[in-house]
Design a binder for this molecule. Structure first.
Ligand SMILES: [Zn+2]
Length: 219
């Protein structure tokens, strides 16, 4: 993307430096650099999303804070041990794209108003949208599709399909173990537990998405 100014960090990882509304630019890395086995399938890089058009360049990487990438690698290691893989549907989301989503949806239960508080935590590199795939990289059954703005998207599965229930619990359990919170209204959305420290303090206080929960149950 035009706004990327790649630089190299101390651990020789390519770092994308991105301007924000805060004082410090974001330093994000591509999750594939930390764990190339994580599947990246950014839905906003294709027309297969709620707006019906691609909002990202085709080659957009899944960018996150380095701590988030390390935690995703931890989750991936646990999942591979069970015969599954993590698939990333969205990671860093530029504020301009958040504005387009907001214009398309205008429902704060699902999309953070980019003009209120910190906007989306995706725009700070501390949140990802994730699902599971099998060892052949095929998506597994889950409660709903990405950005399904219905009760089917809720964190707590209320259906009766045992496979879906098991897949969702595995995703929620491993992401919780790796250090992510979930979101009540979107089973696929995860935020690193210490997200506040990555935002300017004033913005963190006013952050729109504070509906965090974590998986407390058992597999
Ligand atoms: Zn999300």
């Amino acid at each position: 993307m035009q706004m990327f100014r790649p630089a190299f960090g101390v651990v020789a990882l390519a770092v994308a430096t991105l301007a924000t509304g805060g004082e410090e630019p974001l330093q994000l890395i591509d999750v594939k650099q930390i764990d190339p086995t994580i599947i990246v399938s950014l839905r906003y890089a294709t027309p297969n999303n709620i707006t019906g058009r691609a909002l990202y360049p085709r080659n957009m990487p899944a960018l996150v804070q380095s701590e988030a990438a390390r935690r995703l690698a931890r989750a991936q290691a646990m999942l591979r041990g069970c015969g599954f893989r993590l698939t990333i549907w969205d990671a860093y989301r530029p504020a301009a794209v958040q504005e387009q989503l907001w214009q398309a949806v205008r429902n704060e239960d699902y999309v953070a108003d980019p003009n209120a508080g910190a906007g989306s935590l995706h725009s700070w590199g501390v949140a990802v949208d994730a699902t599971l795939s099998d060892t052949w990289n095929n998506p597994v059954s889950m409660p709903s599709d990405f950005d399904d703005l219905t009760p089917a998207a809720m964190w707590r599965y209320r259906g009766s399909n045992p496979s879906i229930r098991a897949h969702l619990r595995l995703l929620q359990f491993t992401m919780g173990q790796a250090g992510f919170y979930g979101l009540r209204t979107e089973w696929w959305h995860f935020t690193i537990e210490e997200w506040r420290k990555y935002l300017p303090p004033e913005m963190a206080k006013r952050a729109a998405q504070v509906l965090g929960t974590s998986w407390q149950g058992r597999l």
